[in-house]
Design a protein around this ligand. Structure first.
Ligand code: ATP
Ligand code: MG
Length: 427
């Protein structure tokens, strides 16, 4: 019997991972330059945590979570997103009291959705959260950072920023009343999902992907028309500062996000290059969440980047540099009869040149076939060890890319020479 991975859950084999590593390294680099620190927390949590935070009447909690009964009867779930676990960890570890935090994490999330290109049951996100900042400066900084990330990735031309505000709590409850009144007048045109949400969570109807519902909504009142002065001013300030920075955006008054915990600014980066899986990054402010999960009031704002979709974009646009697919600088070709000498020379070299990526040709073979492997490895240099080299305590150094020259080099000076070829010591 051959085992297969679960539907919607995929392996990432080394050849696919170069583009992942490229995307991740650019994003992590940017996070570092904005002062974000990594946090790690479990993939499994109590189911109640997600019910409380993501929301009972969301698609995620109603039908997408992988939930189990543990052997002791506890109800637990694989995380469908990261914010809930991150907030739980911050409260539990006392990271929010009288402090601010800028945090990020990376890892798999699980949602039992219908698998499609760019929509999986296990998928990866890089999540970013900042705590203890009332905004809107941090909100704006986060949007700047996402913009800088897409720029660093070379994706600026194919992504669009959508923003909206869903108001502070009291604005929102007034708005929800007017939305419900409007939708009740059109109740006969609503689908089952929307009818149910009308009672439980009316705001989420705005997020419906059903075109009939979107038609009903076309004349619905908009949050943005009913904002209080504070929320209005804040939103205007964010928009005008984005414009000053030259960041294009679309105000999308129906953007509400799929999770219950947002307030004020919400944003999403979309692309037209990936068909209907068009959202690659989404986030916003969630000031009430920490309290809702049992902590003292603490503001929160964050976003998550969907890595599968970002990598698909990077691959489609062929923006991953060639050198990301190469994992070897030096390939060591060694005559079978002297392999135990060769491997020692090489181990010494490794200790003298940390950072240099050296591949030893394990498994022997003719010199010719080993040289072919050296070439295929993408390495810039081959080191050849045979009888003569062993006797003179040297290696033959052959350039594989530039001039194909070969020279005999004493092993004592080899680290220095490789250092200058690859400038591994930096400057
Ligand atoms: P969508 O509307 O596409 O279902 P979402 O609103 O459910 O997205 P979020 O919960 O905001 O998504 O997650 C943030 C990002 O994570 C999304 O913008 C997307 O890039 C990615 N993402 C969400 N669900 C999946 C999935 N099932 N497979 C792959 N990526 C996903
Ligand atoms: Mg979804």
């Amino acid at each position: 019997m051959k085992f297969q991975s679960l539907r919607g859950m995929y392996d990432l084999v080394p050849d696919n991972l170069s583009s992942w590593q490229f995307v991740e390294s650019k994003i992590f680099e940017m996070l570092g330059s904005y002062g974000y620190k990594e946090i790690r927390f479990p993939i499994v949590e109590y189911t109640d945590l997600f019910k409380r935070s993501v929301g009972e009447s969301t698609d995620i909690v109603e039908k997408e979570m992988y939930s189990f009964e543990d052997r002791n009867g506890d109800l637990i779930s694989l995380r469908p997103e990261g914010t809930a676990g991150c907030v739980r960890a911050c409260i539990q570890n006392g990271l929010l009291h009288n402090q601010t935090q800028r945090l990020y994490y990376s890892g798999p999330m699980f949602r039992r959705e219908r698998p499609q290109k760019g929509r999986q049951r296990q998928f990866f996100q890089i999540g970013v959260e900042a705590f203890g900042f009332p905004g809107p400066d941090i909100d704006l900084e986060m949007i700047f950072m996402t913009s800088a990330m897409f720029k660093a990735l070379g994706l600026s031309d194919v992504v669009t920023l959508n923003i909206n505000t869903i108001g502070a709590a009291d604005d929102r409850s007034k708005y929800i009343n007017s939305l419900v009144k409007y939708l009740q007048k059109h109740e006969s045109d609503l689908d089952e999902d929307s009818k149910r949400r009308l009672k439980k969570n009316p705001l989420r109807i705005l997020d419906s992907k059903n075109p009939d519902i979107q038609r009903v909504l076309s004349k619905a009142p908009l949050m943005i028309e009913q904002l209080g002065k504070n929320a209005r001013d804040e939103f205007d300030q964010i928009c005008s500062t984005l414009t000053k920075r030259g960041i294009k955006f679309v105000i999308n008054p129906k953007l509400v996000r799929g999770l219950d915990y947002y307030s004020k600014i919400v944003f999403e980066w979309t692309t037209t290059e990936l068909g209907s899986q068009d959202a690659i990054c989404a986030g916003g402010r969630y000031d009430g969440l920490v309290e809702q999960l049992g902590g003292k009031f603490c503001e929160g704002v964050g976003f998550a980047i969907g890595l599968e979709r970002t990598v698909l974009l990077a691959e489609k646009l062929e923006i991953v540099p060639e050198n990301f697919f190469i994992n070897s600088d030096v390939f060591v070709v060694c005559d079978e009869s002297v392999w135990s000498h060769g491997i020692l020379v090489l181990e010494e070299l490794r200790s003298k040149c940390p950072g240099l990526r050296i591949t030893f040709n394990c498994g022997g073979g003719s010199l010719k076939s080993q040289m072919k492997k050296a070439d295929r490895s993408g390495s810039r240099v081959a080191l050849i060890v045979g009888d003569d080299e062993m006797l003179s305590n040297s290696v033959s150094l052959k350039y594989l890319r530039e001039n194909k020259e070969q020279e005999l080099v004493d092993v004592k000076v080899l680290p220095g020479i490789l250092d200058s070829i690859f400038s591994i010591g930096g400057d």
